[in-house]
Design a protein around this ligand. Sequence first.
Ligand SMILES: Nc1ncnc2c1ncn2[C@@H]1O[C@H](COP(=O)(O)OP(=O)(O)OP(=O)(O)O)[C@@H](O)[C@H]1O
Ligand SMILES: *[C@@H]1O[C@H](CO)[C@@H](O)[C@H](O)[C@H]1NC(C)=O
Ligand SMILES: *[C@@H]1O[C@H](CO)[C@@H](O)[C@H](O)[C@H]1NC(C)=O
Ligand SMILES: *[C@@H]1O[C@H](CO)[C@@H](O)[C@H](O)[C@H]1NC(C)=O
Ligand SMILES: *[C@@H]1O[C@H](CO)[C@@H](O)[C@H](O)[C@H]1NC(C)=O
Ligand SMILES: *[C@@H]1O[C@H](CO)[C@@H](O)[C@H](O)[C@H]1NC(C)=O
Ligand SMILES: *[C@@H]1O[C@H](CO)[C@@H](O)[C@H](O)[C@H]1NC(C)=O
Ligand SMILES: *[C@@H]1O[C@H](CO)[C@@H](O)[C@H](O)[C@H]1NC(C)=O
Ligand SMILES: [Mg+2]
Length: 658
Amino acid sequence: MFLLFFSHNLLVCSIGGPDQFVYNGFTGANLTLDDTAFVTSDGLLILTNGTNRLKGHATYTSLLHFQSKSPNASHLLSFSTTFVFAILSEYIDLSGHGLALFIAPSKDFSTTLSYEYLGLFNMQNNGNASNHIFAIELDTVRNLNLGDIDSNHVGIDINGLDSIKAASAGYYDENSGKPMQVWVDYDAKRAELNVTIAPIQVTKPTKPLLSHHIDLSSVITELAYIGFSSSLGDMSSRHCILGWSFSLNDSAMPLNVSKLPKLPKSRLSDKHLHMVLKIVLPIASVIFMVTLVCTIFFLVWKHAKYSELQEDWEHEFGPHRFKYKVLFDATNGFSDKQLLGVGGFGRVYKGVIPTSNLDVAVKKVSHDSRQGIKEFIAEIASIGRMEHKNLVHLLGYCRRKHELLLVYEYLPNGSLDRYLHHHEVNHTLDWNTRFHIIKGVSLGLSYLHENCEKVIIHRDIKASNILLDNEMNGRLGDFGLARLYDHGTDPQTTHVVGTIGYLAPELGRTSKATPLTDVFAFGMFLLEVACGQRPIIQDTQNNHVWLVDWVLEHWARGDLIGSLDKKLGGKYDIDQASLVLKLGLLCSRPSPSSRPVMRQVVQYLDGIMPLPELSPTTPNFGTLALLQTDGFEEYAITYDVSSSSATSILESELSGGR
Ligand SMILES: Nc1ncnc2c1ncn2[C@@H]1O[C@H](COP(=O)(O)OP(=O)(O)OP(=O)(O)O)[C@@H](O)[C@H]1O
Ligand SMILES: *[C@@H]1O[C@H](CO)[C@@H](O)[C@H](O)[C@H]1NC(C)=O
Ligand SMILES: *[C@@H]1O[C@H](CO)[C@@H](O)[C@H](O)[C@H]1NC(C)=O
Ligand SMILES: *[C@@H]1O[C@H](CO)[C@@H](O)[C@H](O)[C@H]1NC(C)=O
Ligand SMILES: *[C@@H]1O[C@H](CO)[C@@H](O)[C@H](O)[C@H]1NC(C)=O
Ligand SMILES: *[C@@H]1O[C@H](CO)[C@@H](O)[C@H](O)[C@H]1NC(C)=O
Ligand SMILES: *[C@@H]1O[C@H](CO)[C@@H](O)[C@H](O)[C@H]1NC(C)=O
Ligand SMILES: *[C@@H]1O[C@H](CO)[C@@H](O)[C@H](O)[C@H]1NC(C)=O
Ligand SMILES: [Mg+2]
């Protein structure tokens, strides 16, 4: 309670006797208010509240002695006053009429007009000398009847609104809605009246806006009231006074700008609101519609860009699924810079999964048929669960329309074929590394054949599908992928998928992949690694020669070791080398029943079991040669490669000369 009282006192701060007062805000001020005038709770004096054709007055309650009180000579006293006002206009540049500081013998203005004469006069008494009214008008509407110089001026009025002296408010834009300060100083001895105006932040200018010689002694009565008057015409605006200081026979005490009440935010009138609705609303709604359309377009585009395909049966493989967007971002939008290689099934990109910083290889396989995909995913998911150090780990997959994405761990050393056949890799593998890789791959394949819950056939064993990890372990990749293209159950569309040269001859008759067809390909792979040659050698006369026959020839000449890769530079373990060559021949025997199974292959390589006694003349080796007598083309035709996808694989293998 005490605090509240104290703060009010500070705000009002009225000092001195009845001849002097300072109001920094009008809370508790000695004012007589009429009509629309009122003081807000903040202490702001509002003369007109915005309703058209109304007037309002605020008069200092006490009568003031403007004439000296000495008994024989009565003469007018000097006076000085300053106030801060603001005109809050609903429309910029247009405000109704204006306001005036007045000194008048009466504070009853009931007979004055509300829409003209600033609420000080009416048609009858305007200009009548018996009014004894002195006023400083701050007019905002030009009134030609009254001889106003412009619509924004300061004038000195004696007994009527026909200003005896006026000046344009000029750069003192009193209409801006910003508070302005006015000083009115009258020197009675010199009969000089100065009116000065400035924005509130500015100290009082030395040069007044108006300076006029006038004797007010016949105008101002001995006892008079001082106050403000305001009226509104057809424009609605609010005329406010923020602070006021007055002094008789002395200069007015300065106002404290920091104590003045704050102006309210300009309220929107209905008309203004209407204008807003008429102009702003259509623009806003157009912008809104455009934004909406763009957003929908963007969402649809984004949906199409990252859309995926998911079917009910896939739920159990949920944890293995990757979001397409994740893979898209991981590979920089499958940019060519990230391309690791292009194979028979699609392109392989290197990527980094953003969340885990994991290096991956993403294989994009195009597939149009739904056939086989369910089995394929079931198969790879089960392999993903069992980790073997000689298998390329499948981390997951993603499906889109016409597209299957397989996410493998990334192996920085790439595929084995690059070391064997591509001259751009300077680094040739020494024998120990080759033997280590061979053993690893045999373990991986034997794991697929025997250790999984069900037999998994790789179907595409070859050097390019053996990837090398940091320790140069051979790892089998791309297992089971050929299944996607294998519609082997339908006799009408029988065809074989795999890579020519690695395809077992019985595939041509049955087109049914078995573990033993994998063994055949593995045999080819053994010879490929040992000899550093592809399964089909293109000799100088452009004839196709089978690597198997080439090795057999060497053996028959008693120079089996002579078929070894020249790049080894003669450095090899002779026992291991002949073991690998013989095992390669054994595995790639034309008759499936005479091939070993992978478990046995592992044992031969480990030396746990000795190889069966073999010689180049052992009958079973000759069959392939027999088959080969009619030439390579015959062999290819035997395989009835009818499907387009299979053909493209075979063709690319041939024309690539790999
Ligand atoms: N996980 C991986 N890490 C590193 N490089 C890889 C990985 N997978 C594939 N690559 C690279 O991408 C190339 C293309 O592989 P892809 O499997 O598509 O072709 P391919 O093995 O030559 O033929 P196929 O389609 O018959 O498997 C490979 O030669 C290999 O260099
Ligand atoms: C108001 O006027 C009365 C007498 O006229 C005086 O006693 C009082 O102090 C004045 N109050 C203020 C705040 O000026
Ligand atoms: C202004 O005051 C008049 C008279 O007191 C009142 O009728 C009118 O509603 C007021 N207008 C506003 C906008 O407050
Ligand atoms: C006016 O002020 C002067 C000097 O400041 C002083 O001499 C004089 O008495 C004052 N008159 C009245 C009526 O206060
Ligand atoms: C007042 O009048 C008396 C005589 O009537 C005169 O003597 C005196 O000087 C006058 N005082 C002043 C201040 O003029
Ligand atoms: C001035 O006003 C007085 C009193 O109201 C009146 O008697 C007189 O006729 C008026 N004069 C003019 C010129 O209107
Ligand atoms: C009016 O302004 C002039 C010019 O700046 C100045 O010389 C004079 O003293 C002022 N008069 C009053 C009463 O302030
Ligand atoms: C103005 O008021 C503020 C706070 O009320 C005060 O700190 C400051 O001293 C005052 N300034 C003047 C010049 O009186
Ligand atoms: Mg591959």
